[in-house]
Design a protein around this ligand. Structure first.
Ligand SMILES: Cc1cc2nc3c(=O)[nH]c(=O)nc-3n(C[C@H](O)[C@H](O)[C@H](O)COP(=O)(O)OP(=O)(O)OC[C@H]3O[C@@H](n4cnc5c(N)ncnc54)[C@H](O)[C@@H]3O)c2cc1C
Length: 434
């Protein structure tokens, strides 16, 4: 089996090409093995490297490090979410537990970028939840009540106010929250690669085919070699299930996004020169849309059950067309041919939207399933799973472990039928929001 990424994500193509890429091509022994080099695996490796400077630590990825979802997401670092996937949060107490985790997730990313002086187009501009359907004001009013109770500053916005702030007449109702950061996900994950301590061996383009727990070690087989490790951390997020990890608790969802080229001065003027902004949908299957520091527009309006290992060019083109229409609906004054790139990425979901953070067996650890909020939570969970695996306890681990645990999924094929039906329903009620 192979993981085949499209090479067409603007965030990744913005970065300089990395050189000196090493792959596993012999047999090795180590103390620690981390599988997956996205925010989670890179953060775990950084922490483990700092804690154990004299131990052999290997970090492996099936593709180039950071070029999975971590380098190809929408770049919203969120403190609150309206849709944790399929439904709005109704339960205030559980919602608080979630936002406590988002809060320490943001702090982890902030600490990282301050410590390593990272330039990732960090912009604390807050975020909008918006819809073209005026009836969605009801959902926003309820959401606003929860936010107020929990102390998150927010205000509801009218069509006119949204038009002024976003430069589009598309949205009829919205809510703005002060919290929330927009960033360049590719630059952030590249900085995490650059920050790896010297004692981390990074192997890329090395797909873990099979792993097996033996008496005192774990044996991992790759195409060109195998690694015997004392302890292992699985940080493969949307690919946890394919490795048989917590497979009755998580499943992959494929998202696609497109980004325009930078708008010209004239085009930017036409849309009213709005400062950088990010809009999240009110309905789970609506579009997330944002602008970037260099005046590009990103749109993500698909989420589906799909083969996580590959999306063909023709399938991607179909989704890109949907995104072209999405941009046209919002910015009819802009030319038709401004999409520069389209790409897909895989996230992991659980039934109740809860994350996975645990020791699943002696010396075997896993962190993942952040739904749409893996920038902060992935960074946090990576660092903290490393600490947990190193037998340390922290205030952050206590907060993480207070969350509701992921629920058992129905067996297949019931799961597939259920998820597909749910996605179809959500798509139907969000039809105006693509
Ligand atoms: C289009 C899109 C938009 C998103 N928008 C946002 C957003 O705005 N804000 C936000 O917070 N989150 C967003 N997300 C989610 C976010 O990107 C993820 O939650 C986050 O990247 C998870 O990080 P990770 O390190 O756990 O997993 P990943 O970044 O997916 O890393 C896992 C790595 O494991 C590797 N791997 C998998 N299988 C194997 C194997 N068998 N052997 C070796 N390596 C393997 C993969 O190659 C991959 O690099 C979005 C995701 C997508 C796709």
């Amino acid at each position: 089996m192979k993981l085949e990424n499209d090479q067409s994500c603007s965030w990744i193509n913005d970065l300089t090409k990395r050189t000196n890429i090493k792959s596993i091509n012999s047999n090795e022994d180590c103390e620690w093995l981390i599988i997956g080099a996205g925010y989670t695996g890179l953060s775990a490796a950084r922490k483990l490297g700092q804690l154990n400077p004299n131990q052999k630590i290997i970090l492996v990825d099936a593709q180039l490090a950071g070029e999975g979802s971590s380098g190809r997401n929408s770049g919203y670092l969120v403190d609150t979410t309206l849709n944790d996937g399929f439904s709005s949060s109704k339960d205030e107490n559980n919602y608080k537990k979630k936002t406590d985790i988002y809060d320490i997730g943001i702090k982890s990313v902030k600490k990282f970028i301050n410590e390593y002086q990272v330039d990732c187009d960090w912009n604390e501009c807050g975020k909008f939840f918006a819809s073209s359907n005026s009836k969605d004001i009801k959902i926003l009013k309820n959401f606003s009540k929860i936010l107020n109770k929990l102390g998150f500053k927010n205000n509801i916005l009218t069509h006119e106010e949204l038009k002024k702030r976003l430069g589009t007449s598309f949205y009829n109702t919205g809510l703005y929250t002060d919290g929330g950061i927009l960033l360049h996900p590719g630059k952030l994950v590249r900085a995490m690669i650059d920050a790896l301590p010297n004692n981390i061996r990074l192997y890329e383009n090395s797909f873990l085919i099979k792993w097996e727990k033996k008496k005192d070690f774990i044996l991992c087989k790759f195409d060109q070699g195998q690694v015997k490790t004392k302890k292992i951390i699985f940080a493969t997020n949307g690919f946890l299930r394919s490795l048989g990890i917590k497979k009755n608790y998580n499943f992959p969802i494929t998202l696609t996004a497109s980004m325009t080229r930078p708008l010209t001065e004239k085009e930017f003027e036409l849309i009213g020169e709005p400062p950088e902004w990010g809009v999240l949908p009110i309905r789970p299957m609506g579009a997330t849309v944002r602008t970037t520091k260099d005046k590009r527009i990103l749109i993500r309006n698909t989420a589906e059950i799909h083969n996580p290992f590959k999306m063909s060019k023709s399938e991607l083109n179909k989704r890109s067309l949907k995104q072209k229409i999405g941009i046209k609906k919002r910015f009819p004054e802009l030319p038709d041919d401004i999409i520069q790139s389209s790409w897909s990425g895989v996230v992991s979901r659980t039934r109740n939207g809860s994350q996975i953070f645990e020791k699943i067996d002696k010396n075997i650890f896993v962190a993942g399933c952040y739904n749409g909020s893996g920038i902060g939570v992935g960074t946090l969970f990576g660092e903290q799973i490393a600490l947990k695996a190193n037998n340390e306890n922290t205030e952050e681990i206590n907060i993480i472990e207070k969350r509701n645990k992921a629920n058992l999924l129905p067996p297949r094929p019931l799961l597939d039928i259920g998820v597909k039906a749910r996605l179809m329903y959500e798509r139907l009620i969000a039809a105006s929001e693509y």
